[in-house]
Ligand binder design. Structure first.
Ligand code: BMA
Length: 333
């Protein structure tokens, strides 16, 4: 059985915005919506853009009948205007194999906006990469083989190659249970991916005992690539935490720093969570409580870092921190 972890607290460098209330939730959506969460956020053409997940039509047991990706725009990163219609629906994918598209991540590379997303198919979970210039249509560039998810792209080529973080799901080799890690791969064209290497194992993170995965796309700083990831600890003594009869996992956000020239090298990481579930929206209300799922980081010119995260698989929240404080947390490994 996995080792049990103590109560976890958010780092003191984090400030929750909007009084701990969500920045986007179902009341803001002009179409059918229930749970609005796990968004990707970036700045593109002078505006903040958010691609969010909307799960709706709950079956009362543990699954949602529908899931779409919606879009919102903002001038300040705090107040959002939601586009009238969903951005991506399963039907748009025109592939009967695909049953769900979710957890979008946004990265701007050379003035084009790239979207990574998770895809459930009848034969496994896949990671997709697409590009859009107008947020009306997308062009799919590549899809992984199963099982892979949580992909994020670096915002520039490194040594002439595109780079991504990803989270495959090895089963047989990890004892047939969750024991999943963060990997890094490179590509000449965003289509063909290789040179894959393990970046960080779940056992490297003192506050995880189950699995870890990429969170927000990496952000360039002078000291290195700032990377927020998600971590999971499982405790079999936990019971009802949300709408389901039983939810025993806790998700936190972690922070690490990767070498600018060689991002396969971890320079530093925090031994403690950056954000742990604590507020009403994070531990009391929602579909699956105790879930913090970071998906977007925006570094402002004044050194403030905006951190967007899904809370309880139900709402989208925002926290801020000073870049220098985040860097100081990333102690050498
Ligand atoms: C993971 C993903 C996330 C979700 C989390 C908690 O496996 O499905 O989208 O936020 O579980 O339910």
């Amino acid at each position: 059985m996995a080792k049990m972890l103590p109560e976890l607290k958010s780092s003191g460098v984090i400030t929750r915005c909007n009084g701990g209330k969500p920045v986007l939730s179902k009341k803001d959506i002009p179409y059918e919506a229930e749970c609005i969460f796990n968004a990707g956020v970036t700045k593109y053409q002078g505006k903040y853009v958010m691609a969010f997940r909307n799960d709706y039509r709950y079956d009362g047991i543990g699954a949602f009948g529908k899931c779409v990706i919606g879009l919102a725009f903002s001038q300040d990163g705090m107040h959002w205007e939601v586009q009238e219609k969903p951005f991506i629906k399963v039907e748009d994918m025109k592939d009967p194999e695909i049953t769900r598209v979710y957890d979008p991540r946004l990265t701007v590379i050379e003035d084009r906006c790239y979207l990574c997303f998770a895809v459930d198919t009848r034969h496994g979970l896949r990671g997709g990469i697409a590009v859009t210039d107008d947020f009306q249509t997308i062009e799919i560039l590549s899809m992984t083989v199963p099982d892979n998810r949580n992909m994020v792209l670096f915002p520039e080529k490194i040594d002439g190659k595109y780079v991504r973080l990803e989270r495959p799901f090895p089963v047989y080799s990890r004892g047939g249970k969750d024991r999943f890690d963060i990997w890094i791969s490179k590509s000449p064209d965003l289509k063909y991916w290789g040179e894959s290497e393990l970046l960080m194992g779940v056992e490297d993170v003192p506050f995880a005992n189950d699995k870890i995965g990429p969170g927000a796309p990496p952000v360039r700083t002078e000291q290195g690539w700032l990377v927020l990831f998600h971590t999971v600890d499982l405790d079999r003594t936990r019971g009802k935490n949300g709408w389901e009869e039983c939810w025993q996992k806790r998700y936190c956000a972690g922070v690490a720093l990767l070498d600018l020239k060689d991002p396969t090298r971890i320079i530093g990481m925090s031994r403690e969570p950056l954000i742990a579930p604590e507020t009403e929206y994070e531990v009391e209300e929602g579909f699956r409580t105790n879930v913090i799922f970071p998906g977007g980081v925006v570094l402002e010119e004044d050194g403030t870092v905006k951190i967007y995260y899904g809370a309880s698989d139900t709402v989208e929240c925002l926290a801020t921190a000073k870049l220098k404080d985040l860097l100081a947390l990333c102690r050498p490994v």
